[in-house]
Ligand binder design. Structure first.
Ligand SMILES: Nc1ncnc2c1ncn2[C@@H]1O[C@H](COP(=O)(O)OP(=O)(O)OP(=O)(O)O)[C@@H](O)[C@H]1O
Ligand SMILES: [Mg+2]
Length: 393
């Protein structure tokens, strides 16, 4: 499974120029770890970062105009960093496994004369250092350029300036490197769980993955319980251990093929259904199931995991996430949080601090690179961040 080593984003809302991990700008930095947690005050740009990554996926799926025009983005004019007449730029560095080389994807989006977004430059290759050399798989400027097939370079021209080259060539078997990157980007799971949707009744049918908004919770639970019963059992055990009153969860199929989630509380004779269960419990159940996905997304992004959850459940989930991400080339998890007790169980290598500078632009720094945080975590293993917050450091 691919692993992101570095990200650079320029001119996307408050992200005037931010870098995480190892990129062409800082080739000697450490690659990003499997678990990345971003903390920072309100309005510093955490959601913007997650949205910027989702934006890339939307550009791939629907083209750049449609991605810019999503209601929560409101068009390219609102996306470009205020006061800067620049181009939106992304660099993603990733590696498929230890023996493969680090590859880079570069996307630059500008505005044409009619203020419509279009792709100025797109590149996929063996690090952006080698841009315009032979070591690329795709190189396009304003829709024209070449792609590499075997050892040949083939001239190509795209008809639609708003469609990504990786969406065209990433669907052709002749370009396996482009296909691999397209599949990687498509797999990113940037969660926007809406617990209320988990309450609704669905029709039977096993779904291989949980949707981003969680509306197929029962169908995904059906898939796991049927094909991976030990993984499902583990979720049930974790729930029973963490939430008093949820002794078992059973999937029930009604005569008219509706799929029901029954929550068994041994203190009551009859079960509760998903419709009766609290939002927090459903959310916890959904995240636990997500972490048991046998074919997980390469990148899982979760915003403010702690919302609506008791801090004990947040800690349990964070420990589970540490467990799931302990192997390089397993899923990579990106969290944003305001919860000190979550940060406390992480190491300063896993924590990034986001701030806004005097110009109103977001900045980001690893906690381990801040000497005081490094020292605190060495001394106060379990409460390093809480201590930092309490002291107003
Ligand atoms: N085009 C733009 N140029 C510069 N800054 C912008 C632009 N659009 C929005 N912003 C600013 O970016 C900030 C980042 O907001 P964001 O929602 O990412 O913060 P956050 O860290 O998620 O905050 P919270 O903790 O409250 O969720 C907003 O406060 C807004 O002022
Ligand atoms: Mg936010």
């Amino acid at each position: 499974m691919p692993h992101i080593e570095g990200i650079r984003i320029q001119n996307y809302r408050s992200l005037k120029d931010i870098t995480l991990g190892k990129t062409s700008k800082n080739w000697n930095a450490e690659p990003l770890p499997q678990l990345i947690t971003i903390i920072g005050s309100n309005g510093c740009g955490k959601s913007t970062l997650i949205d910027a990554l989702a934006f890339l996926g939307d550009c791939l799926a629907e083209g750049v105009k449609s991605a810019c025009d999503k209601p929560h983005r409101g068009g390219i004019e609102r996306l470009l960093t205020r006061g800067q007449d620049h181009l939106i730029q992304f660099e993603i560095y990733y590696r498929h496994n230890d023996s493969s080389t680090c590859r880079g994807y570069y996307l630059c989006i500008g505005k044409d004369k009619t203020d419509q977004p279009y792709i100025v430059h797109e590149y996929l290759g063996e690090t952006i250092k080698y841009i315009e050399t032979n070591a690329f798989y795709l190189s396009l400027k304003k829709g024209h350029g070449d792609v590499k097939m075997g050892t040949d370079r083939i001239d190509v021209s795209l008809t639609d300036p708003q469609r990504l080259g990786i969406s065209t060539f990433g669907n052709l078997a002749n370009y396996p490197h482009i296909v691999a990157f397209r599949e990687f980007l498509e797999s990113w799971y940037l969660s926007s769980l809406v617990p209320i949707l988990g309450h609704q009744i669905t029709m039977i049918g096993a779904h291989k993955h949980l949707t981003r908004n969680g509306d197929n919770l029962a169908n995904y639970a059906q898939y796991l319980s049927h094909y991976y019963p030990s993984r499902f059992e583990k979720v049930l055990q974790d729930i029973a251990q963490c939430i008093p009153g949820i002794d078992k969860i059973i999937l029930k199929i009604t005569e008219d093929n509706q799929l029901l989630l029954q929550f068994i509380d041994n203190r009551y004779i009859t079960p509760f259904y998903a419709q009766d269960i609290s939002d927090g419990i459903l959310k916890f159940f959904a995240y636990l199931l997500l972490l048991q996905d046998p074919e997980p997304a390469a990148l899982i992004g979760i915003e403010e995991l702690e919302n609506g959850l008791h801090h004990h459940l947040v800690e349990s989930l964070a420990l589970e996430m540490k467990q799931v991400t302990r192997y390089l080339y397993g899923p990579q998890i990106l969290l944003t949080t305001h919860a000190p007790h979550l940060v406390d169980i992480l190491t300063p290598e896993e924590v990034w601090i986001m701030k806004k500078n005097d110009h109103g632009f977001s900045t980001i720094e690893r906690a381990v690179d801040i000497q005081m945080m490094k020292e605190l975590s060495a001394k106060k293993k379990n409460f390093w961040y809480t201590y930092y917050v309490k002291q107003g450091l």
